[in-house]
Ligand binder design. Sequence first.
Ligand code: SDX
Length: 431
Amino acid sequence: MTKSQKTATLTVHGETYELPVFSPTVGPDVIDIRKLYGQAGVFTYDPGFTSTASCDSTITYIDGEKGELLHRGYPIDQLAAKSHYLEVCYLLLYGELPSAAQLEEFETTITRHTMIHEQMHYFFRGFRRDSHPMATMVGVVGAMSAFYHDSTDVSDERQREIASHRLIAKMPTIAAMAYKYSVGQPFVYPRNDLDYAANFLHMCFAVPAEEYHVDPILARAMDRIFTLHADHEQNASTSTVRLASSSGANPFACIAAGIACLWGPAHGGANQACLEMLKEIGTVDRIPEYIARAKDKNDPFRLMGFGHRVYKNMDPRATVMKQSADEVLDLLGIDNNPLLQVAKELEKIALHDDYFIEKKLFPNVDFYSGIILEAMGFPTSMFTPIFAVSRTVGWVSQWKEQLADPQHKIGRPRQLYLGETMRDYVDIENR
Ligand code: SDX
């Protein structure tokens, strides 16, 4: 990080302090408070980290006001239109778009890591068939920490790279196996003649009884969904992975922690919750009732798929996802899908409602993805596992970046303590 030329002045308890201010490549300046407690004896207070930068990074940048998302400087709409998921994985991992030879080598490496250790198949049998696939994924990905000992030395750059490749390659296999287990069908092994997205669809929907041909338009839509969810700065699950790995923990266990965090309905679980909400609304004429509930302070109901901590404009991923939804549903001949009608009408109403305008609540990435995934034949319980497959590259890229930083240290936030001051123990007979 460059030596700061600018400072911020803070006066607290009658004393004045000069704090360094650092400027980013693009975006807001940051005030360096690392020495604040040592100098002034005070903490800063920011539950939810709404105004706190937890690290520096060169991977992804979001401009919430403009609704822009850059991966290593490339806008997401250009990557969604011109690139594909494994090329975006290379970009996020290594910082530059690959040459043809580099891309071919990377795709071959990932393809050849897609199988999981045969012994791991037994873990699935320990789960109830009706387990949520995210529960299965947390368990099985965590169990990878008991298998791949030759890629768990986080101080070794080559082992970090192999762990990254294994996670990107095996996540679709594990997600597909979780789905197959939940529907009582046999596992389908990965195939090296299929590309990443087509392989995932094949592992999910092929059965031994007949040939399964992957529709190239559905494979393209699947690849685009993977591309749109790949990374997103220091979101809750990525921050979880960074904090878990700051202690030097096993990489596979850290990614399992990220999956656990992503599962929540306020984060990656929103795509499942959004589709369930659209089904509950059911018809366009019931939308005003739900808009009113979302605005009612006494009602905990929120419009799933709307709002974002950073975007105060349209999530650029939602815009691309909406185009894909139209293409997929048109292909499948269900362009009059009632859920899509409700979604489009809900979006139109919400974008013109004063409450949503005032609070800058726009559709986010989860708003349209569920509609596409349902149209492709996935149950709602598979929506977040698919998000996890895609976000694995973001997690491992941010994890690698943190471990490669010689300045990185264990994350250990402080608190505003509001509990009891010191008091003596009271024997039970005196209570
Ligand atoms: C993802 O961080 C990331 O980058 C995440 C993600 C990624 O790629 O990693 O983009 C993926 O998680 C997208 C978000 C998916 N979640 C949802 O769609 C769930 C519904 N959205 C909300 O839960 C909410 O908008 C959050 C959690 C996404 C953001 O919440 P914030 O920033 O903490 O904002 P807030 O909860 O403080 O809300 C601000 C105001 C509140 O009203 P007031 O208290 O100020 O009066 O807006 C209201 C909220 O009540 N509000 C909503 C709303 N979201 C916020 N009101 C109705 N419906 C909503 N969806």
